[in-house]
Design a protein around this ligand. Structure first.
Ligand SMILES: [Ca+2]
Length: 176
């Protein structure tokens, strides 16, 4: 009986050894890296190179360009070509501002940083969403291609002071 069991075991082991292993499926996948930089995969700096921290940093839109930087990585198995992009939207204007980077080639495992200085002075005051990343036809995991981050654009302090002074002056004139 024991010999029979051993014989069966030998057959099973032999069968397992001769079974061809399944080849790993090769995929196309690029990603805007989540772990990069100070918030949500997007690094924001003002014109004095100060990092804008927090979930929704406040940016004086007249104080100079906003530097938007992100990391694009090829986490798939093929060399890929893509054109990274950036978009800025708000509740009233979904395409308030956009830009494209140079055409980019990424070999498997390779990453590149992309950055753009953006003039925000023409945008409305208020909350905007910055979205950066890249499209890739046939991407196995399209959910990681873009990252988003919000920013609150405010008028320059001197404008606020001017408006406050004008309001006070108007109020005094009405009292006379
Ligand atoms: Ca992807």
């Amino acid at each position: 009986m024991r010999c029979k069991n051993l014989a069966i075991l030998a057959i099973i082991l032999s069968t397992l050894a001769s079974t061809p292993k399944t080849k790993a499926t090769l995929i196309h996948d690029i990603e805007a890296t989540q772990g990069y930089s100070n918030e949500h995969g997007i690094r924001l700096q003002d014109s004095q190179d100060n990092l804008l921290e927090g979930i929704m940093p406040v940016f004086d839109k007249y104080s100079g360009d906003l530097n938007v930087k992100f990391k694009l990585k090829n986490v798939g198995d093929f060399t890929e070509e893509t054109t990274p992009q950036g978009f800025i939207s708000n509740t009233t204007n979904p395409s308030a501002y956009s830009w494209s980077h140079n055409h980019t080639t990424l070999t498997p495992g390779q990453y590149k940083y992309r950055e753009r200085n953006v003039d925000l002075s023409k945008l409305e005051n208020g909350i905007h969403t910055i979205r950066v990343g890249a499209e890739l036809d046939g991407d196995t995991n399209p959910n990681n291609n873009y990252r988003e981050r919000n920013i609150n654009l405010v008028p320059e302090p001197s404008t606020l002071a001017f408006l406050a002074a004008a309001a006070i002056a108007l109020s005094k004139r009405r009292r006379k």
